[in-house]
Design a protein around this ligand. Sequence first.
Ligand SMILES: Cc1cc2nc3c(=O)[nH]c(=O)nc-3n(C[C@H](O)[C@H](O)[C@H](O)COP(=O)(O)OP(=O)(O)OC[C@H]3O[C@@H](n4cnc5c(N)ncnc54)[C@H](O)[C@@H]3O)c2cc1C
Length: 420
Amino acid sequence: MSPVRDDVVVVGRRHDPEDHRLRDFLTRTAQPHRWVEAGSGEADALLADLPADVALPVVRCGGETVTGATVERLVEAWAMTAPPARDHYELAVIGAGPAGLAAAVYAASDGLSTVVLERDVPGGQASHTSLIENFFGFPGGIGGAEIARLAGRQAEGFGAELSFLRPVVGSRFAPGERTTLELEGGLAVTADIVIAAPGMLWRRLEVEGVEELLGRGVYYGAGRSEARHCGGDDVVVVGAGNSAGQAVMDLGNAGARVRMAVRGEGLGATMSQYLVDRIAEHPLIDVQLRTEVVAVHAADDGTLAAVTLRHRDGATEQVPARALFLCIGGTPRTGWASHHGVATDAAGYLLTGPDLLRDGRRPDGWPLDRDPLHLETLVPGLFAAGDVRSGSTKRVAGAVGDGAAAVALAHRRLAELHGA
Ligand SMILES: Cc1cc2nc3c(=O)[nH]c(=O)nc-3n(C[C@H](O)[C@H](O)[C@H](O)COP(=O)(O)OP(=O)(O)OC[C@H]3O[C@@H](n4cnc5c(N)ncnc54)[C@H](O)[C@@H]3O)c2cc1C
């Protein structure tokens, strides 16, 4: 990952979904930037040397200008990422969240040829949070995107390749043979060892009209890139976990009037106590327990205007909302597992190591004369790390620990493969 650029200015439209995607991308890659709303005097001055009908958004940085900027165009213009350089790696990692990035740092620093394949931007879920306050070694907290950028650069410094906006769309596993990973766009790489660290997929809110308003006032996740634009607005946050807690704090601190819709009886069971305490003290945050969003309403310009809340007693109320943030957790990204004979628990998380044993016996179909290693799945040489693993802690530190441990175990499998 390249170092951050100085003086990046973007002229765009706040409620355009593509512009939101670009803003979200810049925020979640920890690229500092100034957003200037199109149509303002400042925007006109910034665009004065360009044709009047220039395609928005426009990104300017030093002497460089990208017009009609999309994530893909900017990535290309700034040469931010590249396809894998080799056909074969000793170790391939699927997912550049904290688990995948940690695996890359440890694998590459151990001298393994390593590639990390990421469908989105590095950082995973952590890239959505403005401040991780409980990560070891950062007493003042650290932004999720910032830690991902640092980890990505560290991994690259040791020689790992980090290829993002590059989803793995298919795979072929055969015991004792190289694994093939198929990438979007027709590329493929092979690897001796694969660490699966694909994390979680946001759970969708099953309310009519939500999908049409995505990026136009409705956002999945903590809306890190949006908070600073919400000052003075009425906003609603759905959820009761730490991600929802951090979102309401960011929004309240930006001056938004925040309603937090919580289905359950309280926050204490699902949120860190320090966030519960800060939310209780915040004058702009109103926590509404036993409450759900049951409808969304658009303004004439197609952006979100209001939502309907339903309380446990059946009463409903329509409240103004310029933004709705959905922080309602996720499900593991393991739809592929059953096609490859990779076992999961009832909730879909990957089973590994001792969890695969039944009454102390090796699972059916296990081909080796040893038990599965601690983080190894039902496919020898395919390890699971981070949130996707059954029994993992769903914390950044836990994911990082899994990534590091998976690499240590990968060495044992490599030794088997190479007859050491
Ligand atoms: C808003 C928010 C705030 C949080 N705050 C905290 C906190 O304060 N403290 C804390 O400890 N934890 C926090 N967490 C939890 C923490 O972020 C997660 O536990 C951690 O990110 C899990 O890391 P992971 O690498 O296992 O998975 P993820 O972070 O989910 O990363 C998985 C990555 O894999 C990629 N991927 C998925 N499928 C593919 C594919 N087919 N091909 C290529 N790439 C793929 C995804 O795009 C993603 O980048 C927070 C989570 C959220 C959402």
